[in-house]
Design a protein around this ligand. Sequence first.
Ligand code: 73E
Length: 823
Amino acid sequence: SEPVSCTGGRADMSLDGLRRTFREHVFYTQGRFPSVATRNDLYMAFAYTVRDQLLHRWIKTVEQMAGKDLKIVSYLSAEFLLGPHLENNLINLGIYDDVLGIAKEEGFDIQVIFDQEEEPGLGNGGLGRLAACYLDSLASLEVPAIGYGIRYEFGIFDQEIRDGWQVERTDQWLRLGNPWELARPEITCRVSFGGRTEPYQDDRGRYRVRWIPHRTVKGVAYDTPILGYRVNTCNLLRLWKAEAIESFEFEAFNVGDYYGAVDEKIYSENITKVLYPNDEPVQGKQLRLEQQYFFVSCSLQDMLRIYKLGGGKLDRFSRHFAIQLNDTHPALGVAELMRLLVDEEGMDWEPAWDVTCKTFGYTNHTLLPEALEKWPVELFAGLFPRHMEIIYEINRRFLDEVRRRWPGDEARVARMSLIDESGGRFVRMAHLACVGSHAINGVAELHSRLLKEDVLRDFHEMTPEKFSNKTNGVTPRRFLVLANPGLTRLIEGKIGDTWIRRPEELRKLEPCADDPAFREEWRRVKLENKKNLARVIRERTGIEVDPASMFDIQVKRLHEYKRQHLNVLHIIALYDRIKRNPSYDLCPRTFIFGGKAAPGYFMAKLIIKLINSVGDTVNRDPDVNGRLKVVFFPDLNVKNAKFIYPAADLSEQISTAGKEASGTGNMKFSMNGALTIGTLDGANVEIREEVGAENFFLFGLTAEEVYSLKRDGYRPMEYFQANPELQRVVERIASGYFSNGDRELFKPLVDALMFHDTFMLFADFGSYADVQGRVDEAYRDREHWTRMSILNSARMGKFSSDRAIREYCEDIWKVKPVPILLE
Ligand code: 73E
């Protein structure tokens, strides 16, 4: 598709125009002569050159939306894991090659410039990255949307590996400035905490409640433009930073309490200091709850402000805003919107409740019961006395309805209540989200089914019409076009480039799987990508890996349910076979791991140590003779991930069935032509359906089998005793073989597997090792493997985030595209 061009001034997108703008930014924005410009100056100048293009489209987008009777999607998420902006924006604008040309003329290496960008790591993993993919798709589909979230000063920590252990370093992404955001000091909101409530009568004699808070902070908007792919729609990501309210400081200063004022400032700014580095909720941390309320309140106030600018009546709010809750992190929004409508805007309860339910939709991302957010009532009521009252009132009305439907069923009432009273009292955020939303969805078919049958069963029985499935997707722009230019060019040579917007068209590649010359090219691209990753691995770890070996990769957050340690058990089994029989015939394999562990998650960190310890032993053992390599790739983030997905032959998606809601890494690998070895979990089920069972390596228990095994009592010892290879593997770990004879180091891990393993590794070990044997055989038939690889890419269209967003737009948000013109 043709890039849109503009002429004149900084928006001039001709080669000459871009070059001129770039030079101007080196001089006028960075204040440098070209001869003394640093790498960062050059990066900044390129970033501003590109940002000028974005701003031009952004203004057009705002202009053309103003005054239209349209509906805006508000995506509320505590995390947005955007990744580097520069390259992505060049692709979406269609000026990638032009800018490469300019860099060359000016005499510097553009890769070095790209490398200079610090990515905003404002998320933990899949959930935050999904939010970022959805912003890309919303803009690419020309749907008006705002992403609302938190501008953490410190994002997800940087990971270093020392002596095999994870070490966390604070992320300082703002250190050299952030050219992609615009501070909006004039767009502010006040957000209050604590205090008490007080009843009063308004001028019409109606009963009202006033909240007299203990303290108030200020939220300041920081805006990042989000441009769609080859369209003019430029949407907004609005992140809130917490600051102290100046007048407080001033007053305090006047009465002489200077230190009190400084404390207030520090307290206020703390709220958006740091991202919680857990990919499941940390129960009971007050600051986390304050973060959630802070950004939700700012965002809702902002929507009401925007809505009122257009002169709309509040009871029609839901026709103009569709708010999506990305998990329960922003679920307080239900109570906050009620407070704003009833207390601040003077609406009556019923119409306000009607507006609220019609406005919100709720996406659930997890089935793990320990991951369902709940807050102690005492903590909650202390911070939000008014919201507590509102939640009690919502609950009272809701439970009345439950009792009407199921008279006498008090067990059901207790199960469904917004307040958990089964031992301590807690506010159940998922229940609040369900009751306050008109739509509830899971993120893969299996997950949505299990939600209905299990976690949210009562809610499904009561309001089945609210439930639907929206299988996750990922953006093919970042994860294919940007990450894998070689494959993109090869595909374009065969079927053009329209698949980038309509990935279903990748199916046109299917016949190429039968073309030996195409297969040859396909392998050539994969080999190049593997060489590229091998180079990065050498730079970052010092380990040499052979690009001719099979690259078997598992990258994702470290979590016991994701079972990185099952992968390790299999590696040790292979090693054990080689040790027992040095001429054991093994197709050479490089096992690559990557991912961060929550700093307080002991077992996850021990698994990282185990991977590195096994790597140390295996990589150095002359008996192995190049057949096995084990690498832990440090500091997995969006920037590093681009080297990884395109280089994989095999993708490990081996979670215990029923535990991974969807997974999205599985999609990124398969799109890039990796074959999957996986369980029937999350979106694996649908990936297998799409690519064909014959092109997918399936193993392990099903979710149903996992449940019944759990119900009947899982006894790991039975599997252990029946499998001599498993015994040898466990013995090698337990005996200290990988830990210089230290039998204590991995004992917690071994004990968990042997005696109380909720993730059932031993139950799946046998079938996993068997299927890995089939993978080994399959890889030897290179022609057939390549066929399967091509078919994986060709059949992954469904997993584009564009498809997912179209479904959300049609079924939940009821929004339509609004094309934007430049002239
Ligand atoms: O299966 C993934 C899913 O693909 C799921 O574990 C993840 O969300 C992805 C996107 O749908 C997820 N993250 C969280 N819960 N589920 C989470 C919870 C608390 C804090 C941060 C993240």
